[in-house]
Ligand binder design. Structure first.
Ligand SMILES: Nc1ncnc2c1ncn2[C@@H]1O[C@H](COP(=O)(O)OP(=O)(O)OP(=O)(O)O)[C@@H](O)[C@H]1O
Ligand SMILES: [Mg+2]
Length: 335
């Protein structure tokens, strides 16, 4: 595909993305009209409670939704202006890895236990780049070194089970970054790791991002990580975007009560105060409430909120889906 870098075209544009799965209630959307953009070298945090559609959004961007039980019902995913959703599988494979790479949450599911890590990195490299075996091996060792694997020459011949969880996640990062993608999608890249290793891996990612000049879409439950590492945040609720803004605007001044409720639940940012989990649960798609889908859980709801489903309104510097966005003064963090 073309590597057009038309001036003014964002790296990635997701437009009206709608993904449906078969359920006992028929086809139901789990990602519903989602639109956002990612600029070159930008870091976006995608947040929202479990089941809100974050991973499905990430999978859809990579063209990984399909089969008898899943489908992209609407929408476009434009990379440098070219719609990925209309590509055939061979073209998509070229995009995956080469232009967009992904790190999944659980390292063991993405590394093949039957092959050495060196062999697996070489395979990724040679799939996308015209390298000889020797060149690929050298590059693989360089990569292992770059992601902080000690003694990379020796580790090259290790099998995945010979590495710790943190080391496996580093190998996965090495594989994802081996072809220097323009966009890295990292879905909970550190959740399976213990806290100190999490910090190391995030630091590594941030350093490599700067070095390689790539954009990152970071899916995470950890708002503290978003505050520290992201430029912009997209908040999803029940398959929809409910708010998006620059981190510097969103954290001190959330406009959607759901965003504010998530921030109130952020450990460490309110020392001495108890955490306030959001009462209730995300409604299942076959039983969405009337009006605003968050309204049954919202402490700011009015009668109108139970009657009208709000549109995502573009306020210039942010987008927000709340009838009361203008009138509420919600508590944030960092002010
Ligand atoms: N292959 C599938 N078939 C049917 N339903 C699915 C499939 N994959 C995901 N879902 C459903 O889609 C919804 C969104 O799932 P998704 O994995 O995107 O959530 P998430 O926001 O990533 O949550 P978490 O934070 O727990 O990872 C969930 O209700 C999930 O059960
Ligand atoms: Mg997920």
């Amino acid at each position: 595909m073309s590597e057009g870098r038309a001036v003014g075209v964002p790296l990635l544009q997701v437009e009206d993305l709608t993904v449906e799965f078969v359920t006992e209630h028929g086809w139901l959307p789990v990602v519903d009209g989602v639109s956002f953009e990612i600029g070159r070298q930008e870091t976006i945090g995608l947040i929202g409670e479990s089941g809100c559609g974050k991973s499905v959004t990430a999978m859809a961007i990579l063209g990984l939704i399909g089969g008898p039980s899943g489908r992209v019902a609407r929408g476009r995913v434009l990379l440098d202006g070219q719609d990925l959703l209309v590509l055939e599988e061979p073209e998509l494979r070229e995009v995956r890895g080469r232009r967009i790479a992904m790190i999944f949450q659980e390292p063991m599911t993405s590394i093949d236990p039957a092959f050495t890590i060196g062999k697996q990195i070489i395979e990724v490299l040679r799939r996308h780049l015209p390298l000889s075996r020797a060149q690929a091996k050298q590059r693989a060792i360089d990569l292992l070194d770059r992601v902080g694997i000690p003694d990379p020459h020796r580790r090259f011949d290790d099998y995945p089970h010979q590495l710790s969880g943190g080391m496996r996640q580093r190998v996965l990062i090495a594989m994802a970054l081996s072809c220097e993608p323009d966009l890295l999608i990292a879905d909970e890249p550190t959740t399976a790791l213990d806290v100190t290793v999490q910090a190391q891996v995030l630091e590594l990612l941030a350093g490599l991002q700067e070095e390689l000049g790539m954009a990152v879409l970071l899916v995470t439950h950890d708002l503290a990580v978003v505050a520290e590492t992201c430029d912009r945040t997209i908040v999803m609720y029940a398959g929809e975007v409910v708010e998006s803004a620059d981190v510097t605007a969103l954290f001190p001044d959330p406009r959607h009560p759901y965003t504010a409720a998530m921030l109130a639940n952020l450990p460490g940012l309110h020392p001495g105060e108890p955490l306030r989990p959001i009462p209730g649960i995300v409604p299942p798609r076959h039983a969405l409430p009337a009006g605003c889908w968050y309204s049954p859980r919202c402490e700011h709801r009015t009668d109108a909120c139970g009657a009208t489903h709000p549109q995502l309104v573009d306020l210039g510097t942010r987008r927000v889906r709340c009838l009361r966005a203008d009138e509420l003064d919600l508590p944030g963090v960092g002010r």
